[in-house]
Design a protein around this ligand. Sequence first.
Ligand SMILES: [Zn+2]
Length: 419
Amino acid sequence: MSPQGTASPNAVRVPAPVNAHSHAFHRILRGRTHEGADGGAGDFWTWREHMYAAAQTLGPAAYQQLATAVFAEMVAAGYSAVGEFHYLHHRIDGTPYGARGSDGEPHAMELALGRAALAAGIRLVLLDTCYLRGGLAADGSVLELDETQARFSDGTVEGWLRRHGQLGAALAELDAGAGLLSLGAAVHSVRAVAPADLAAIAARLDPALPLHVHLSEQPAENDACHNAYGTSPTGLLKEAGLLGPRLSAVHATHLSDTDIAALGRGKAGIVMCPTTEADLGDGIGPARELADAGAHICLGSDQHAVLDPYLEQRALEHAERLRSGKRGRFSPTELSAAAREGGLRSLGLGDNDDFLLVRTDSVRTAGSRSGQLPLTATAADIAEVHINGQLVARDGIHTRLGDPAKLYTAFFTENPEFS
Ligand SMILES: [Zn+2]
């Protein structure tokens, strides 16, 4: 669809963007990871330690409160749908919610996300994630889950497939015909799931479901994978039979030419998360080359250091300009297509009428051609957000939940362990 939409005097109507990669709980870390004991801010791996510490303490009630605020911020920023890459499945010690002898409802953490999405009025594709082992050491040896990761795991791939198979009905019951909640799937990474388990997922997961995977975000993942299996993470996915149109690779930052060709031939989705990749110092992925090879580019906000679909689009193009020395690597039309059609495809969502009204008379957009808004507007220029036939946000305020900032303030006040 054209980014131009239908003009009105001071605003244009544009199809609403889609956030193809989110971890709602990472929002806790915003503005908290930019210093370190050595005077530096650490790297991806030290950030990951902060993130795991935050993951350890969230229970279903706090998770629902936090995710409601995150999804409200997302909606107010113009996102109409979110792919939530979710792996906080169980209690801290790994015991399932609702297990015999344990209080709480089955799927408590997943339903917390579903309730948050219904409250915020956002379309949620719950990318329920298989996460079975601690990772790969540099020499390629397998690391066991540590205590911070126990709640991510279903023990075996059969355990994950079984729980995943039950989750669709639980989500549909919660959705109750609202048309906002659906189920997808994810493999955390080739670090967290062994090759035989990848093959089992390829053989047994419903082929109609979208499947996401973190891929080659860091050179260390590639090195460990080569040392363990003699191939790249992309090569491993291909060998397992997972590389195809229903697969979306998240980040895809450090790829070989062979990897790019394979992802392109497979017509895979590629979820670039430009503001997160910049924040974490991941590097700049070969988005243009992947698109030219046949892959489908889409965009995600991942850790939510920034929640602004326009800034993600701009960061994708700016990174391309910085690494290539050329402008116009992605046209404004291609940027808005990545944010919209790419995201819908990646999440297995059909087309819909969700739309934004974007102001064309703000300090940022006055004089801008409406087709070039991806390079001029920000979320602050969004006057209205319409999802599923409802007006859900106006001028940054959620129509039912109010100001997202107040939701965050309440969360951090009522849950001081995160402050
Ligand atoms: Zn991620």
